[in-house]
Ligand binder design. Structure first.
Ligand SMILES: [Fe+2]
Length: 287
Protein backbone atom coordinates (compact mmCIF):
# COMPACT_ATOMS: atom_id res chain seq x y z
CA UNK A 1 0.00 0.00 0.00
CA UNK A 2 1.39 3.33 -0.96
CA UNK A 3 1.85 5.66 1.97
CA UNK A 4 -0.12 8.86 1.76
CA UNK A 5 1.65 11.68 0.06
CA UNK A 6 3.05 14.36 2.30
CA UNK A 7 0.83 16.94 0.80
CA UNK A 8 -2.46 15.20 1.02
CA UNK A 9 -4.73 12.84 2.78
CA UNK A 10 -7.31 10.51 1.35
CA UNK A 11 -10.75 11.87 0.86
CA UNK A 12 -12.57 11.17 4.05
CA UNK A 13 -16.07 12.22 3.33
CA UNK A 14 -17.49 8.75 3.38
CA UNK A 15 -17.92 6.99 6.71
CA UNK A 16 -15.75 3.93 6.93
CA UNK A 17 -13.08 5.32 4.66
CA UNK A 18 -11.34 7.47 7.17
CA UNK A 19 -8.08 5.55 7.10
CA UNK A 20 -6.11 5.81 10.25
CA UNK A 21 -8.13 8.63 11.68
CA UNK A 22 -9.58 7.40 14.92
CA UNK A 23 -13.29 7.17 15.41
CA UNK A 24 -13.52 9.70 18.13
CA UNK A 25 -16.15 10.47 20.63
CA UNK A 26 -16.54 13.83 18.96
CA UNK A 27 -17.19 12.21 15.61
CA UNK A 28 -19.93 10.04 17.05
CA UNK A 29 -21.45 13.05 18.71
CA UNK A 30 -21.27 14.78 15.36
CA UNK A 31 -22.98 11.86 13.68
CA UNK A 32 -25.75 12.05 16.24
CA UNK A 33 -26.11 15.76 15.61
CA UNK A 34 -26.15 15.25 11.86
CA UNK A 35 -29.10 12.89 11.96
CA UNK A 36 -31.03 15.10 14.28
CA UNK A 37 -30.76 13.08 17.42
CA UNK A 38 -29.05 15.78 19.37
CA UNK A 39 -31.84 15.98 21.95
CA UNK A 40 -31.06 12.40 22.87
CA UNK A 41 -27.72 13.59 24.04
CA UNK A 42 -29.40 15.23 26.96
CA UNK A 43 -28.76 12.61 29.56
CA UNK A 44 -28.53 9.90 26.95
CA UNK A 45 -25.47 10.69 24.92
CA UNK A 46 -23.29 8.34 26.87
CA UNK A 47 -24.80 5.33 25.19
CA UNK A 48 -24.25 6.85 21.78
CA UNK A 49 -20.70 7.83 22.44
CA UNK A 50 -19.43 4.86 24.35
CA UNK A 51 -21.45 1.82 23.58
CA UNK A 52 -22.34 2.11 19.94
CA UNK A 53 -20.40 0.20 17.35
CA UNK A 54 -19.55 2.70 14.66
CA UNK A 55 -17.78 1.86 11.46
CA UNK A 56 -17.19 -1.65 12.71
CA UNK A 57 -15.29 -0.52 15.76
CA UNK A 58 -16.40 -0.80 19.32
CA UNK A 59 -16.06 2.45 21.10
CA UNK A 60 -14.58 2.35 24.53
CA UNK A 61 -15.36 4.68 27.39
CA UNK A 62 -13.32 7.82 27.46
CA UNK A 63 -12.59 9.33 30.84
CA UNK A 64 -12.56 12.80 29.38
CA UNK A 65 -12.50 14.55 26.07
CA UNK A 66 -9.15 13.20 25.07
CA UNK A 67 -9.74 11.88 21.61
CA UNK A 68 -6.95 13.66 19.83
CA UNK A 69 -8.94 16.74 19.03
CA UNK A 70 -6.44 19.43 19.77
CA UNK A 71 -7.68 22.96 19.26
CA UNK A 72 -7.66 24.08 15.66
CA UNK A 73 -4.28 25.74 15.09
CA UNK A 74 -4.11 29.42 14.18
CA UNK A 75 -2.61 30.75 10.99
CA UNK A 76 -1.68 34.20 9.78
CA UNK A 77 -4.43 36.49 8.60
CA UNK A 78 -2.58 37.48 5.42
CA UNK A 79 -3.03 40.72 3.52
CA UNK A 80 -6.53 40.23 2.15
CA UNK A 81 -8.88 40.33 5.14
CA UNK A 82 -11.51 43.05 5.14
CA UNK A 83 -13.75 43.69 8.15
CA UNK A 84 -17.50 44.11 7.98
CA UNK A 85 -18.24 41.28 5.59
CA UNK A 86 -21.93 40.71 4.85
CA UNK A 87 -23.80 38.13 6.87
CA UNK A 88 -24.53 35.28 4.49
CA UNK A 89 -23.90 31.57 4.17
CA UNK A 90 -23.58 31.60 0.39
CA UNK A 91 -20.88 33.53 -1.43
CA UNK A 92 -22.12 32.66 -4.91
CA UNK A 93 -25.01 33.15 -7.29
CA UNK A 94 -26.20 30.86 -10.05
CA UNK A 95 -23.76 32.38 -12.52
CA UNK A 96 -20.64 32.50 -10.37
CA UNK A 97 -17.69 30.92 -12.21
CA UNK A 98 -15.90 28.08 -10.52
CA UNK A 99 -16.34 24.59 -9.18
CA UNK A 100 -19.21 24.61 -6.68
CA UNK A 101 -18.10 23.87 -3.13
CA UNK A 102 -19.89 23.48 0.15
CA UNK A 103 -17.96 23.45 3.39
CA UNK A 104 -19.87 22.20 6.39
CA UNK A 105 -19.06 21.05 9.87
CA UNK A 106 -19.32 21.87 13.53
CA UNK A 107 -17.59 24.06 16.04
CA UNK A 108 -16.68 22.28 19.26
CA UNK A 109 -15.09 23.36 22.50
CA UNK A 110 -12.41 21.49 24.40
CA UNK A 111 -14.96 19.17 25.94
CA UNK A 112 -16.18 18.13 22.49
CA UNK A 113 -19.47 19.89 22.96
CA UNK A 114 -20.90 21.92 20.10
CA UNK A 115 -20.70 25.67 20.51
CA UNK A 116 -23.66 27.68 19.24
CA UNK A 117 -23.48 31.28 18.18
CA UNK A 118 -19.90 31.16 16.97
CA UNK A 119 -19.05 33.87 14.46
CA UNK A 120 -17.40 32.40 11.37
CA UNK A 121 -16.06 34.95 8.91
CA UNK A 122 -14.83 33.42 5.65
CA UNK A 123 -12.85 35.04 2.86
CA UNK A 124 -11.14 33.53 -0.12
CA UNK A 125 -9.89 34.09 -3.65
CA UNK A 126 -12.28 33.66 -6.53
CA UNK A 127 -11.86 30.86 -9.05
CA UNK A 128 -9.13 32.86 -10.78
CA UNK A 129 -7.14 33.42 -7.61
CA UNK A 130 -8.13 37.03 -7.07
CA UNK A 131 -9.34 38.65 -3.84
CA UNK A 132 -11.94 41.39 -4.00
CA UNK A 133 -10.32 44.30 -2.17
CA UNK A 134 -12.88 46.90 -3.15
CA UNK A 135 -16.06 44.96 -2.48
CA UNK A 136 -17.13 41.85 -0.64
CA UNK A 137 -17.11 39.13 -3.27
CA UNK A 138 -16.21 35.83 -1.64
CA UNK A 139 -16.49 37.30 1.82
CA UNK A 140 -19.20 36.50 4.32
CA UNK A 141 -19.86 35.78 7.95
CA UNK A 142 -22.37 33.55 9.67
CA UNK A 143 -23.08 32.09 13.10
CA UNK A 144 -23.21 28.46 14.13
CA UNK A 145 -26.64 27.17 14.94
CA UNK A 146 -27.86 25.81 18.23
CA UNK A 147 -26.14 22.51 17.43
CA UNK A 148 -22.84 24.18 16.57
CA UNK A 149 -23.19 23.50 12.85
CA UNK A 150 -22.34 25.69 9.89
CA UNK A 151 -22.47 25.43 6.11
CA UNK A 152 -20.70 27.66 3.62
CA UNK A 153 -21.68 27.64 -0.06
CA UNK A 154 -18.95 28.89 -2.36
CA UNK A 155 -16.63 27.73 -5.13
CA UNK A 156 -13.26 26.05 -4.92
CA UNK A 157 -10.79 28.82 -4.16
CA UNK A 158 -8.46 29.64 -7.02
CA UNK A 159 -4.70 29.48 -6.88
CA UNK A 160 -2.52 32.55 -6.73
CA UNK A 161 1.25 32.87 -6.78
CA UNK A 162 3.10 31.63 -3.74
CA UNK A 163 0.26 29.78 -2.06
CA UNK A 164 -1.54 26.50 -2.22
CA UNK A 165 -5.32 26.41 -2.41
CA UNK A 166 -6.96 27.65 0.80
CA UNK A 167 -9.87 29.42 2.45
CA UNK A 168 -9.37 31.97 5.22
CA UNK A 169 -11.59 32.04 8.27
CA UNK A 170 -11.95 33.77 11.60
CA UNK A 171 -13.86 31.92 14.32
CA UNK A 172 -15.03 33.58 17.51
CA UNK A 173 -17.28 32.20 20.21
CA UNK A 174 -19.26 34.90 22.01
CA UNK A 175 -17.00 36.89 24.26
CA UNK A 176 -13.95 34.80 23.38
CA UNK A 177 -10.75 35.53 21.48
CA UNK A 178 -10.73 35.30 17.70
CA UNK A 179 -9.15 32.26 16.08
CA UNK A 180 -7.73 33.23 12.69
CA UNK A 181 -6.81 30.30 10.50
CA UNK A 182 -6.98 28.79 7.02
CA UNK A 183 -8.51 25.63 5.58
CA UNK A 184 -6.75 23.53 2.98
CA UNK A 185 -7.75 21.14 0.23
CA UNK A 186 -6.37 17.59 0.07
CA UNK A 187 -4.33 16.29 -2.82
CA UNK A 188 -3.13 19.70 -3.90
CA UNK A 189 0.34 19.65 -5.49
CA UNK A 190 1.30 22.91 -3.83
CA UNK A 191 0.53 21.67 -0.33
CA UNK A 192 4.04 20.26 -0.17
CA UNK A 193 5.70 23.55 -1.06
CA UNK A 194 3.55 26.07 0.82
CA UNK A 195 5.30 26.85 4.09
CA UNK A 196 2.02 27.80 5.72
CA UNK A 197 0.29 24.54 4.88
CA UNK A 198 -0.70 22.51 7.95
CA UNK A 199 -2.26 19.06 7.52
CA UNK A 200 -4.25 19.66 10.70
CA UNK A 201 -6.21 22.19 8.67
CA UNK A 202 -7.10 19.91 5.78
CA UNK A 203 -10.73 19.66 4.92
CA UNK A 204 -12.22 16.34 3.96
CA UNK A 205 -13.32 16.88 0.39
CA UNK A 206 -15.23 14.60 -1.90
CA UNK A 207 -16.68 15.01 -5.33
CA UNK A 208 -20.43 15.41 -5.55
CA UNK A 209 -21.88 15.82 -9.01
CA UNK A 210 -20.08 18.67 -10.70
CA UNK A 211 -18.95 20.11 -7.41
CA UNK A 212 -17.19 19.33 -4.17
CA UNK A 213 -18.37 18.76 -0.63
CA UNK A 214 -15.91 19.70 2.06
CA UNK A 215 -16.18 19.14 5.78
CA UNK A 216 -14.18 20.59 8.62
CA UNK A 217 -14.75 20.74 12.36
CA UNK A 218 -13.28 23.51 14.41
CA UNK A 219 -12.18 22.90 17.97
CA UNK A 220 -11.92 26.15 19.87
CA UNK A 221 -9.72 26.41 22.91
CA UNK A 222 -12.53 27.16 25.30
CA UNK A 223 -13.32 25.30 28.47
CA UNK A 224 -16.70 23.70 28.75
CA UNK A 225 -18.44 22.53 31.88
CA UNK A 226 -18.80 18.77 31.98
CA UNK A 227 -22.37 17.77 31.34
CA UNK A 228 -24.46 14.66 31.78
CA UNK A 229 -22.60 12.82 29.02
CA UNK A 230 -19.35 13.08 30.90
CA UNK A 231 -18.28 10.81 33.72
CA UNK A 232 -19.01 12.20 37.14
CA UNK A 233 -16.22 14.00 38.86
CA UNK A 234 -15.50 13.05 42.41
CA UNK A 235 -16.82 13.90 44.78
CA UNK A 236 -19.80 15.76 43.40
CA UNK A 237 -19.36 19.37 44.08
CA UNK A 238 -22.13 21.54 45.30
CA UNK A 239 -24.56 21.93 42.43
CA UNK A 240 -24.83 25.50 41.29
CA UNK A 241 -28.53 25.32 41.82
CA UNK A 242 -31.06 27.51 40.18
CA UNK A 243 -34.05 26.93 37.99
CA UNK A 244 -32.13 26.23 34.76
CA UNK A 245 -32.09 22.57 33.78
CA UNK A 246 -30.78 20.56 30.85
CA UNK A 247 -33.49 19.01 28.73
CA UNK A 248 -35.81 21.98 29.04
CA UNK A 249 -36.97 23.86 25.98
CA UNK A 250 -36.59 27.55 26.62
CA UNK A 251 -38.13 30.36 24.64
CA UNK A 252 -36.78 33.82 24.11
CA UNK A 253 -37.61 35.91 27.13
CA UNK A 254 -37.73 33.01 29.57
CA UNK A 255 -36.02 33.73 32.84
CA UNK A 256 -33.98 31.32 34.93
CA UNK A 257 -31.44 31.40 37.67
CA UNK A 258 -28.13 29.58 37.62
CA UNK A 259 -25.43 29.73 40.25
CA UNK A 260 -27.35 32.44 42.05
CA UNK A 261 -27.46 34.65 38.96
CA UNK A 262 -30.57 35.56 36.99
CA UNK A 263 -30.53 35.08 33.23
CA UNK A 264 -32.89 35.90 30.39
CA UNK A 265 -33.14 33.66 27.32
CA UNK A 266 -32.15 35.40 24.07
CA UNK A 267 -33.30 32.75 21.61
CA UNK A 268 -35.30 29.59 21.86
CA UNK A 269 -33.35 26.36 22.29
CA UNK A 270 -33.28 22.98 23.96
CA UNK A 271 -30.96 23.25 26.93
CA UNK A 272 -28.10 20.79 26.95
CA UNK A 273 -25.32 19.96 29.34
CA UNK A 274 -22.48 22.35 28.56
CA UNK A 275 -24.91 25.06 27.58
CA UNK A 276 -25.37 26.40 31.09
CA UNK A 277 -26.27 30.10 30.93
CA UNK A 278 -22.80 31.41 31.84
CA UNK A 279 -21.29 29.30 29.04
CA UNK A 280 -23.43 30.45 26.15
CA UNK A 281 -23.75 34.22 25.90
CA UNK A 282 -25.52 33.74 22.59
CA UNK A 283 -28.41 32.08 24.40
CA UNK A 284 -28.53 33.79 27.79
CA UNK A 285 -27.85 37.22 29.13
CA UNK A 286 -27.71 38.29 32.71
CA UNK A 287 -30.66 40.12 33.98
FE1 LIG B 1 -5.09 33.84 0.92
Amino acid sequence: MTPPARDGMPDEGIPGTTGDRRISRKNVLKAALAVGTAPLLVGGGVALARDASYGGRLLVPTPACDDGDDPTPPQMEGPYFRPNSPRRTSLVTAGTPGVPLTVSGYVFGRACRPVPGVLLDFWQADANGAYDMSGYAFRGHQFTGANGAFTLTTVVAGLYPGRTRHIHVKAQAPGRPVLTTQLYFPNEPRNSTDSLFDPALLMNVRTAGNGRQGTFDFVLDIAQTPGPTDPPTDPPTDPPGGTWSAGTSYRAGDRVTYGGVAYRCLQGHLAMGGWEPPNVPALWERG
